[in-house]
Ligand binder design. Structure first.
Ligand code: SF4
Length: 401
């Protein structure tokens, strides 16, 4: 529940609206996990709350700390037994952000970024992604998204300064919950909207909606190629939203928000690292103010033992490609490969296990259906459990998109 819902909730219990504000502060500001902790709320009301409500969330199953770079991956269990993961990324690692003025507020060394999941699995089936290999099970609730941050903050005792919706799932397919979670994270734990990034595979409807609603959270697009047939092979979502539609949506986004977009690019040997590919990428990127994050590839070959996906290899030309983009006057960041030693990219554990046996909801399955609904946990894709709590001490792993 957000602030407005909490006020309505307490009104239904015949309490004054400020009680809703108190609950909001305890839940999201202080991270209370029981009503008993809420000491400035009358005991009688706390008892009433305890009788009619509960504070739910995620439960830690395991975590793994990277000795190499301090990245920590958390595996969480949800109330229905499904599992998701979040990755805590230390300063001077991945997801460096060069937003002007940011350093005045938070120096890079003080930055602590949490990559959170928005769905269990994902229907978009990108060729390079272990989560995509799992298929889609269900959307997360607002509470399950927010509680990833609250739980990591509680477990580590550290303030999280930045959030990226870049874990398991396509955030635009769970738009309502993701936006509400962003609002709660801004108002409760105090993560500034400009430090929250929504990363999409290119779901145009969501981009347009973010623009029209003038959301202040930042937008990242997993691009990888500006050549239609290449992008279609890497990201089947391109069949629904071709590059021209994506570019039009991004122009609209910039016109409405005046916020530059980040493009995520992984270079694959012989696939999108050719001269033609780079030329098209430069032309696409020049359309609106942007920056490009180049991401080293975490191989997920074990999840896709054959076919095109299995053939993907990191391009050995990465340094020269980056130079070429920079010579074209584009802002290019090379993201360090955080957490490679602990398989920090999302979905790797799942794909190693039952995910491979139970391939479920995919984009093509959705072509004749509506976009999955907010908090839809009962739909066709949500019919069984992928992980059981406790499985897989230590690992998942997401290839950053
Ligand atoms: S990269 Fe993102 S959108 Fe693509 S399959 Fe993986 S989680 Fe889904």
């Amino acid at each position: 529940m957000g602030r407005a819902e909490l006020r309505t909730f307490v009104a239904d219990l015949e309490e004054r609206p400020y009680r809703g504000d108190q609950l909001f502060k305890w839940l999201y500001g202080r991270g209370a996990t029981s009503f008993g902790e809420m000491t400035d709320i009358a005991q009688a009301f706390r008892h009433r709350l305890g009788a009619c409500a509960h504070i739910g969330g995620v439960r830690q199953v395991s975590h793994r700390l990277s000795p190499a770079d301090g990245t920590t991956k958390f595996l969480f269990a949800l109330a229905d037994g499904l599992n998701i993961e979040s990755v805590l990324i230390p300063p001077a690692s991945a997801f460096e952000d060069d937003t002007p003025g940011d350093d005045a507020v938070t120096a890079p060394r003080d930055r602590l970024t949490l990559c959170v999941s928005t769905q269990v699995g994902c229907p978009l089936d990108c060729a390079f992604c272990a989560t995509g290999a799992m298929g889609y099970l269900r959307n997360l609730t607002t509470g399950e998204i927010v509680d990833q941050l609250l739980t990591v903050r509680r477990l580590t005792g550290r303030a999280i300064t930045n959030v990226v919706f870049m874990g398991m799932g396509e955030p635009m397919l769970n738009y309502g919950a993701v936006m509400q979670a962003g609002e709660i994270l801004t108002e409760g734990p105090g993560v500034a909207a400009r430090r929250i990034t929504v990363s999409t595979a290119g779901w145009v409807d969501g981009i347009v909606r973010m623009a029209d609603e003038r959301r202040r959270m930042k937008l990242a697009v997993s691009l990888h190629s500006a050549v239609e047939e290449t992008r279609q092979k890497l990201m089947p979502v391109t069949r629904r939203f071709p590059l021209a539609a994506l570019q039009e949506a991004l122009r609209h986004y910039y016109a409405r928000t005046k916020m530059r977009v980040t493009y995520e690019v992984v270079f694959f040997d012989g696939v999108n690292d050719t001269a033609r590919e780079i030329k098209r990428l430069i032309a696409f990127a020049r359309a609106i103010p942007c920056k490009i994050n180049v991401i080293p590839y975490h191989s997920i070959a074990f999840t896709r033992p054959e076919g095109f996906a299995a053939s993907l290899r990191a391009s050995p030309r990465l340094p020269e490609l980056v130079e070429e983009l920079r010579r074209a006057n584009l802002t290019v960041m090379i993201r360090s490969s955080a957490g490679e030693d602990i398989a920090a990219a999302c979905g790797q554990l799942a794909a190693q296990g039952e995910g491979r046996k139970h391939r479920r909801g995919r984009l093509q399955d959705m072509d004749n259906t509506a976009t999955p609904q907010h908090n839809d946990s009962t739909g066709a894709y949500a019919n069984s459990h992928l992980w059981s709590p406790g499985r897989g001490e230590g690992d998942t792993g997401k290839t950053p998109r």
